[in-house]
Design a protein around this ligand. Sequence first.
Ligand code: SAH
Ligand code: TMP
Ligand code: ZN
Length: 408
Amino acid sequence: MPDTAQCRVCSGTVEEFFDFGRQPLADAFVTPGQTDGEFFYRMAVGMCQSCTMVQLMEEVPRQRMFHEDYPYLSSGSSVMRTHFEKTAEHFLNTELTGPDPFIVEFGSNDGIMLKSLADRGIRHLGVEPSGGVADMAAAKGIRVRKSFFEESSALEIAASDGQADVIYAANTFSHIAYVDSIFRGVKALLAPNGVFVFEDPYFLEIVERTSFDQIYDEHFYFFAVRSVQAMAAQYGLELVHVERLPVHGGEVRYTVAHAGARPVSPAVGELLTEEDARRLTDPGTLQGFGASVNKTREQLMGLLQDIRAQGGRVVGYGATAKSATVINYCGITPELVDFICDTTPAKQGKLTPGSHIPVRDAKAFAEPYPDYALLFAWNHADEIMAKERDFRMAGGRWILYTPEVKVV
Ligand code: SAH
Ligand code: TMP
Ligand code: ZN
């Protein structure tokens, strides 16, 4: 019997559809020699039978994930830097055109998005609980409040700074199980004609690409247009626009306004129709996803074992949070993947959570090149493959595992 849980959005019944078993925290990189006492939890996903929201069956306490040493840096990708510069430009030209506009971003991380707005003198506030990355943003001249965004902090911001024309969150809202508190905060902080804009991995893409590595502790929800529409309505808000984004393996940018404040764009209905046509919420689709995950595991492990048996050497590229799920669910060990190279200083010299594969500086990749590179940062494939053109010139091959296992 699959497990059930109570939906964190509507209190309906969440039925489990896939169990990844015992998993470590995806960003909890371990210091060599200090491998005792790692935190594990049961990672399983389910869909609410009432509102269709896909969510984890178990919530990890937020302080375990987001703290002073949270290692992820948003500015690690040049494509993402451009994406957020364009996002800032978009807000400047559309929502921030009044006499004294104000934008709040929660999950502002190292300030990748707010930097362009701060430089133009736009009144702004980043809300970021992870101290290390918040300090980096502050050092760039960005105004940051070091706290979790939730009802209480939103009320304080509204009292001290006034209501916001834009509340923005990228790859953050889906990390937050306590949506009731967030929405009460948004309701109070958002100006009457303001917009709450958030962008997160799209569940339709996860299913279609079998990108099961999008599932890890920090990703509590897997949004789709139907579930987000229902969620917003529950809090007196309305989903007024959706836009597909090519970043991070396929996302949707959702625009939410106070109910009735703005016309609903045709894009909402169009994407709903597509979700229905693809039978996104059918039990058969979810079962098919599970079968594809297991097929990927078999094929990837078979490939890595064959390469090892033939004396080939594999190195991982990008110690992504996503990689924790692939590595730990498939059972990839340091015997199969020598090390993973990554540009993030806080990950280098550490071991991957659970699996204890060493993480090394990006320079280690070419010293000397491996026979194969397993691309864990597949969402940055174009950027990385362009940068590492010499690897292929030297005869190296990339291993990809989404949408299917292949060597290129
Ligand atoms: N927006 C950035 C960062 C995404 S990582 C980007 O798209 O690249 C998610 C960030 O959300 C982390 O920096 C984490 O510390 C932060 N976060 C988690 N819970 C939060 C909350 N309740 N309020 C504000 N930020 C939060
Ligand atoms: P993300 O997929 O969550 O954005 O994480 C990407 C990880 O990959 C992050 O740890 C940084 C790393 N990375 C590199 O090492 N080299 C690169 O060129 C890029 C784009 C990312
Ligand atoms: Zn629900």
